[in-house]
Design a protein around this ligand. Structure first.
Ligand SMILES: CC(C)(COP(=O)(O)OP(=O)(O)OC[C@H]1O[C@@H](n2cnc3c(N)ncnc32)[C@H](O)[C@@H]1OP(=O)(O)O)[C@@H](O)C(=O)NCCC(=O)NCCS
Length: 443
């Protein structure tokens, strides 16, 4: 048994009685109530999911396993000789709740390397798609195509006990996480780098090898590590995390579940916003004659965007009510490494003008920037200018968190998800007191 799996199994055995006791002794304890506004309004604030992997406080931002972003970076061993931890070390941390030692992280990196090779049919599938297919479509299709590799399906068909579901789920999830950076790099090189490919470097960790196979020199290895970790998890209710969890709750395997989650990430209100930010800034640049605009010019452009009925990409959030600490972490990186980058100057200027404008407009509940407002600038600075690829980069990062979550879902035996629907007439009757809540059968 591999080391991470051993530690994880111990943690699972420690945790199971907590979930069982809550179900047995406290099932009727209320954790909130649901209003008509929440039923129609995308279930905002409805507390109906459980995860211990991350928690999103509206004002403080994300905590991974109880640690803020700076605390998480500080707690994890750095990849040898570099400024950031490896994704493998972070995966260990998300799965077990404890940072690995340097040796444990190194061993896990080696384990990941052995899981890297891609089946040839995945490459064939990607190549068979029209070359102008969006990279997210290729990415999701490639993940789905590998479903035939699922060990969970194989073991389930052989007659797997429920208590053991987590084991092949761990295998599928870890295999997927090790492989998806190679899939992404293949798509990138095929679409945008004359179809010339760079073989995997087995001396490097996930982030380092990704930058290597993409063809980007240092410090892009650290950029990849930072980017993937920052994008890894944001609680369970966001579209891609919830989708992955929902699909996996039907005991669909990790390939089905992750592919579905990635399809949700591909929407412009979610992960695609990172691409939208760059496209929008480029439009500003083109319209303002490629110069750094004055504050007044920038304000006018933001108002024009709002008045034409569009959203300002990279701003606002369904849960957060302050500047996203993932934005801040990337901003700090930019201030250190690329303070004079012309695009960073745009992003900086937007930070100065947009919150005030969104507040004046009075619609967005959160006028502050989110993670997507900053990430594209870093990619662009280091030469990754094909912005329709940015959501794939988000997707690799997000996979770390959603895969860790579905391993725990199986470990704790969470059931198939099935919230209840009501009809509009029922809501109208409830609103007018024609019926009482008790008149609607509970299930
Ligand atoms: C993230 C987002 C989808 C959250 O949506 P939400 O939870 O419905 O947000 P709110 O409750 O604050 O929305 C209330 C209103 O403000 C608007 N709003 C929110 N953020 C806005 C923005 N950045 N620009 C313009 N309008 C915005 C909404 O479109 C909505 O308008 P409507 O009532 O006409 O439909 C939204 O803020 C958004 O579209 N942001 C831009 C896209 C983006 O950056 N997405 C990445 C998120 S990590």
């Amino acid at each position: 048994m591999a080391k991470l799996k051993e530690v994880l199994f111990r943690k699972i055995k420690e945790h199971r009685p907590r979930t069982q006791s809550l179900l047995k002794n406290s099932s009727d304890v209320r954790v909130g109530e649901v209003t008509i506004g929440q039923v129609i309004g995308g279930a905002r604030g409805v507390r109906c999911l459980v995860t211990d992997i991350s928690y999103l406080d509206p004002y403080e931002g994300i905590r991974f396993r109880g640690k803020t972003i700076p605390e998480s970076f500080a707690a994890l061993p750095k990849y040898p000789g570099r400024a950031y931890p490896s994704v493998e070390a972070f995966y260990w941390f998300l799965l077990t709740g404890d940072p690995p030692t340097q040796q444990e992280a190194d061993e896990l990196t080696r384990e990941f390397v052995s899981r890297r090779p891609l089946p040839q049919y995945v490459i064939d599938l990607i190549r068979a798609m029209p070359r102008d297919t969006h990279p997210m479509t290729m990415f999701s299709a490639a993940i789905l195509a590998m479903q035939r590799e699922s060990l969970f399906v194989k073991r389930y068909n052989e007659g797997l006990k429920k208590d053991d579901y987590w084991d092949p789920m761990y295998e599928d999830c870890t295999n997927l996480l090790a492989k998806i950076p190679l899939i992404a790099a293949y798509i990138y090189r095929m679409k945008y780098r004359s179809d010339i490919h760079i073989p995997s470097n087995n001396e490097l960790d996930l982030g380092g090898n990704f930058a290597w196979q993409m063809g980007f020199p240092e410090p892009c290895d650290d950029v990849a590590r930072m980017h993937f970790i920052l994008h890894s998890d944001h609680e369970s209710g966001n579209v891609c995390s919830h989708t992955t969890h929902l699909v996996a709750s039907a005991l669909s395997d990790a390939y089905y579940a992750l592919s579905a989650g990635m399809n949700g990430l591909a929407g412009p209100l979610h992960g695609l916003a990172s691409q939208e930010v760059l496209r929008w800034i480029m439009n500003v640049r083109a319209e303002l004659g490629n110069k750094i605009p004055s504050e007044e010019e920038m304000k006018k452009y933001v108002w024009d965007t709002l008045e034409s009925g569009q959203v300002v990409p990279g701003y606002g959030h369904a849960v957060l009510r302050k500047t996203d600490p993932r934005y801040t972490a990337q901003r700090e990186f930019c201030l250190k490494h690329l303070p004079d980058d012309p695009l960073f100057k745009y992003v900086d200027l937007l930070y100065k003008v947009v919150p005030d404008i969104l507040e004046k407009q009075g619609k967005a509940k959160n006028p502050w920037p989110n993670v997507d407002a900053q990430s594209g600038v870093i990619h662009w600075h280091y030469g990754l200018t094909e912005w329709d690829f940015y959501t794939v980069l988000f997707g690799i990062g997000r996979a770390i968190g959603v895969l860790a979550n579905i391993i725990w879902d199986r470990a704790l035996g969470y059931p198939i998800e099935r919230p209840k629907s009501l009809t509009t007439k029922m809501l109208e009757d409830l609103a007018s007191n024609t019926i009482r809540l008790e008149d609607i059968p509970a299930d």
